[in-house]
Ligand binder design. Structure first.
Ligand code: AHM
Ligand code: MG
Length: 336
């Protein structure tokens, strides 16, 4: 069979590296290792229905949630592949309470935070899940990495992206030079450039939110969602609702066709109103991508996600992300 010759993700990354004569190749090396981890996880996710790996592992993670077996698998796969690769000095994972050290003598110049398998409560029902990652240059000069190397603002990411395990497996990432999407051809085990220079539409007709939380939202958030559902021909309202409950899938859809995703502040815990999603390995990397694609991400509390200074690895943050004009409107409503 004649296959069209596509640009592989490795070629794309090398071409990108050549634009930076000062580059050492370490970021390229790190991304390549991550891609192999992603392909490994993809193969396992695809086999999940057959391999008796579905279901729960029986223990809970730092967030108090039940860990699915595939979460464990994805987490271990990424950690093993990156440990000792020489490109990173520390890792943080949604599934690990503490910073993950790298073997002595292998510390490199980057850090990585990742959610190994986001949306994993959806695995059993065949909904798309994904791996999200965020890469920073370390702050400390050398030696073993420290937590402070991981606690950096989103704006300083050098690379961020996700791998979505959906009807096909796609890698979407940015090194600060636009957002590019690659689709895995499983027959050759290679990601090919399928979505160069992704731009999110300036305005959309879709919103993604868990409306089951309506009663827990502040009044301004409720008013905004009511506004989206009001009839107004000129602004294309009512918007259509699309909520998958798997962040990578919801985000990916909105990135490609336009939309606004909200996991806003709520008072489910009245003593401590908060968002649900995590800053370091969910909100910040997607904020980096959306900005590169022409969109925006805010917390609805007066901050751009990319400017929030993390104080702990598993910090939660409200997230409003997507098409620029929609986020602008949401910002006005949420500010009252
Ligand atoms: P997870 O990291 O434990 O999988 O949880 C994060 C997921 C996101 O993928 C999704 O956007 C959100 O939780 C859905 O939450 P809810 O079920 O409260 O709507
Ligand atoms: Mg997650």
């Amino acid at each position: 069979m004649n296959r069209p010759l596509g640009i592989t993700v490795h070629r794309h990354i090398m071409d990108d590296q050549r634009l930076h004569p000062e580059a050492t190749g370490d970021l390229t090396g790190l991304l390549n290792e991550l891609i192999v981890a992603g392909k490994t996880i993809s193969a396992e996710v695809n086999m999940a229905g057959l391999a008796d790996i579905l279901g729960q592992s029986g223990h809970t993670n730092i967030q108090g949630e039940t860990v699915q077996k595939l979460d464990d698998y994805a987490n271990t796969t990424i950690k093993r592949r990156l440990a000792g690769c020489g490109y990173i000095c520390a890792m943080a994972s949604e599934e690990d309470a503490d910073m993950i050290e790298v073997p002595a003598g292998t510390a490199g110049k980057y850090t990585i935070a990742f959610d190994p398998l986001d949306g994993s409560s959806n695995i059993d029902v065949n909904v798309s899940v994904g791996t999200i990652f965020s890469v920073h240059r370390r702050r400390s000069a050398s030696g073993m990495g420290e937590e402070a190397d991981l606690l950096q603002i989103g704006r300083d990411q050098v690379a961020a992206g996700y791998i979505i395990y959906g009807s096909s497996t796609m890698l979407v990432f940015s090194t600060g030079n636009g957002v590019h999407g690659f689709t895995l051809d499983p027959s050759v085990g290679e990601f090919f450039l399928s979505h160069p220079n992704i731009r999110i539409p300036e305005r959309s007709r879709y919103f993604s939110i868990n409306e089951g939380n309506y009663r827990y939202w502040p009044e301004n958030t409720r008013r905004y969602v009511e506004y989206l559902k009001d009839k107004d021909k000129e602004s294309g309202r009512p918007y259509s609702a699309r909520y998958i409950g798997s962040l990578v899938a919801d985000f990916h859809r909105n990135l490609i066709v336009g939309g606004i995703f909200l996991y806003p502040l709520d008072n489910k815990n009245p003593a401590k109103p908060s968002g649900k999603l995590r800053l370091l390995y969910e909100a910040a990397p997607l904020a980096f991508l959306v900005k590169q694609a022409g969109g925006r991400a805010i917390d609805g509390e007066g901050h751009d996600i990319l400017d929030i200074v993390p104080t702990e690895l598993h910090q939660r943050v409200p997230l409003i992300i997507g098409s620029r004009q929609d986020v602008d409107t949401a910002e006005k409503f949420l500010a009252g």
